[in-house]
Design a protein around this ligand. Structure first.
Ligand SMILES: [Fe+2]
Ligand SMILES: [Fe+2]
Length: 494
């Protein structure tokens, strides 16, 4: 149907006769095609109750909450003992950092510089996030973020989609939709975790605190400030004692003998006497042991805080999450091989020693030095070649992506760490020196009775050979090199 711009009455064709106003309902797109590029209806688009100011105001609130979530989830990784939560927090901290980045970009597009993103948008939101950071137990922390904060974010996104002008603020609505999509899954995973860990009695005991969190939101007019505030900001409960980051890594009860450094997998991996297939076991061990990298990286991010710009955090958070993924690749590898990884001592003294002996800049130096060392032919390419040769396609797949991730990490280091030095060599030397001054405490841990540095390799190797239906290689079975005299890069400890 043709679109009549103005309807001229039949009985009066004079040019100066009054024109009738078009009826909105009569307006049609060409042959009924979706109008406004699919953004919404004309009826909605003629409404004008939205502004750049309102849009930016709501984004700043969401930005504040996501940034605090990123910081808090990151800060919990090191001392959270439960492996599944350590990796979940690594994932969710990264997802929150991604939302922070998209919101910052969007706010920057809305005539907002200076962005004012470092301002606290409402004291109620600040109290809410302080309370959650200070939650004294894992269970309270889980309930606080996954039952209060993430649902409030989802409500704010839905409200944003309803209120924002679909045409004028389409870029914002797209971001609100993407946030909702990712955070909906985050929320569901949190709820599943709570169902596994928090019982009715524990929940009842934390009800007063949950009410306090809800009051923070009500005082703020809800997360996005669209409701009328009907109460005051509650007094602090848990945050009376402010959150203090725990730098010492903790592991759950499945991790046995974590001080054990009685097997040096790198020494096995680079020994040409051993077969590629046998080496995949050591690579799965190296992968699952990487759980210590998120534990260590979290300490860098917490300690450096606002000394570095947001993009540093965004990229490092991605790297931290990759390292958690690498650890889970090791877990999957062992399960696929029919090997119970909880019988293997998964060493955590690298993150423990670095977190307690070095400052954040020194730790970053060690991280860069190690990752840069993974790039030459003997590093990640070698691991991938071994995996491809081994006849274990899963190991091949994991090493393929592990290598790709490590190339990305070396680039992140070149962007954020190397420019602080006059040259790449100086940056590498500094990292090497920092690593050299870390005391491994190999003998001290033994003397203190923390470990016997038991050689766990023959047992794991024999189990694997049994599963493969092959006889163990006597030379591989006899492997007995520890970390007493060398580091993971096989450099001698002086
Ligand atoms: Fe890694
Ligand atoms: Fe890495």
């Amino acid at each position: 149907m043709l679109f009549p711009i103005a309807i001229i009455p039949q009985d009066d064709a004079s040019t100066d006769a009054p024109r009738e106003k078009m009826n909105m309902q009569d307006y049609q797109s060409y042959r009924g095609l979706p109008s406004l590029a699919g953004l919404g209806s004309l009826e909605r688009a003629i409404q004008c109750d939205w502004s750049v100011q309102e849009s930016a105001k709501r984004w700043k609130r969401l930005h504040f909450v996501f940034k605090r979530l990123y910081e808090t989830l990151t800060a919990k990784i090191t001392a959270e003992p439960i492996y599944e939560l350590k990796t979940l927090f690594s994932h969710h901290a990264y997802l929150c950092s991604e939302q922070v980045s998209s919101i910052r970009r969007r706010v920057g597009e809305m005539r907002e510089p200076p962005l004012g993103l470092d301002k606290v948008p409402h004291p109620g939101l600040e109290r809410l996030m302080d309370e959650i950071a200070a939650a004294p137990t894992t269970n309270e922390f889980l309930v606080g973020i996954y039952e209060v904060v993430f649902p409030a974010i989802l409500v704010a996104c839905q409200q944003f989609k309803t209120d924002a002008h679909p045409l004028a603020d389409a870029p914002s609505i797209r971001i609100a939709k993407l946030i909702e999509f990712e955070i909906d899954e985050v929320h569901r995973l949190g709820e599943q975790s709570i169902a596994c860990l928090v019982d009715r009695v524990q929940r009842t005991a934390m009800q007063t605190w949950i009410d306090c969190l809800q009051q923070c939101l009500r005082a703020a007019g809800e997360l996005d400030g669209t409701a009328t505030s009907d109460t005051s900001v509650p007094d602090p409960m848990h945050s009376r004692t402010p959150f203090v980051y725990q730098a010492e890594p903790r592991r759950d009860e499945r991790f046995q003998d974590s001080f054990n450094a009685g097997v040096n997998p790198e020494a096995f991996l680079y020994d040409s006497r051993f077969s590629a297939r046998d080496k995949t076991l050591m690579m799965y061990y190296k992968r699952i042991r990487e759980l210590d990298v998120p534990e260590m990286m979290a300490s860098i991010l917490v300690e450096i805080g606002d000394e570095e710009p947001w993009d540093f955090h965004a990229e490092m958070s991605r790297q931290l999450w990759d390292e958690a993924r690498h650890a889970m690749m090791g877990e999957v590898g062992f399960v696929a091989q029919g090997i119970d990884w909880t019988k293997i001592p998964i060493n955590f003294t690298w993150s423990r020693n670095l977190n307690t002996q070095l400052n954040a800049r020194e730790r970053h130096g060690v991280l860069f030095f190690i990752e840069q060392g993974l790039m030459p032919k003997t590093g990640k390419r070698y691991e991938w070649e071994v995996a491809m040769e081994s006849g274990d396609p899963l190991s091949g797949l994991f090493q393929d992506f592990d290598w790709a991730d490590e190339v990305l990490h070396a680039q992140i280091g070149r962007r954020w760490y190397v420019p602080k030095f006059a040259s790449l060599n100086e940056a590498l030397d500094y990292g090497d020196r920092c690593w050299s001054k870390v005391l491994s405490h190999w003998r001290a841990y033994k003397e203190q009775g923390l470990t016997e540095h038991r050689n766990w390799w023959p047992e794991v190797y024999q189990t694997a050979c049994g599963n493969w239906g092959v006889a163990p290689d006597p030379a591989a079975l006899a492997f007995d090199t520890t970390y007493e005299e060398s580091r993971a890069d096989l450099k001698e400890i002086r």
